[in-house]
Write a protein of this length. Structure first.
Length: 198
């Protein structure tokens, strides 16, 4: 057996041992394991968008994509994945307070994180709410909103993580002659993904 054959067998056995060490569940194996690859970081794309606010006369709301990031963990074994989302939300309102106004419910935006792996079906991972409510004649505020999500021992795969606005609730006020006109937008947003091999 020549040196090239020895070198091939040695490399094959190293990869075989790596696969055995990494594969802790039968349905989940690295696609192309690299023994020295232990972590990954990916920056995604975020956008600024106007947030339509449903009303009694127009209650329809369609999901709005905000940010996405692609992470290929097929070179890792049993990866732990962390998704970080950050945004700036501007909210404006003009109120006619009338008599005895009461804040029944704040303006609320529901963000949803989902993933699609290897061109498969969409999987919802979680939802997070941003809320703002105040009794004032005029409001114009910009607040930061962020969330993080972790999943452990995920199957190695190439996944696209998406953040969408899936629900918006207008401010509700009670009282005589109480009116509110409001608008909102995402000024900016960003998303990133980190994966660590175990």
């Amino acid at each position: 057996m020549d040196s090239r054959s020895n070198s091939f067998n040695s490399g094959y056995m190293d990869e075989f041992r790596y696969d055995c060490r990494c594969n802790n569940c039968a349905h989940c194996t690295p696609g192309h394991p690299l023994p020295h690859q232990s972590s990954l970081f990916a920056c995604g794309q975020g956008s600024g968008v106007s947030i339509p606010i449903p009303t009694i006369t127009n209650p329809t709301f369609n999901p709005i994509p905000v940010a996405s990031v692609t992470l290929d963990t097929t070179c890792l074994c049993n990866p732990t994945v962390k998704i970080d989302f950050n945004s700036l939300i501007n909210y404006q309102a003009l109120l006619t307070l009338g008599a005895a106004p009461v804040l029944g419910g704040p303006f609320t935006v529901t963000f949803q994180l989902s993933k699609t792996c290897n061109s498969g079906s969409k999987i919802t991972l979680g939802t997070w709410d941003y809320s703002f409510g105040v009794l004032a004649l005029a409001v114009n505020v910009t607040n930061s909103f962020s969330f993080s999500y972790c999943e452990c021992n995920a199957c190695p795969s190439c996944c696209v993580y998406n953040v969408e606005i899936v629900r918006v609730s207008a401010t509700t006020l009670t009282g005589v002659g109480v009116l509110v006109t409001e608008s909102a937008s995402i000024r900016s947003s960003s998303i990133s993904a980190t994966a660590i091999s175990h």
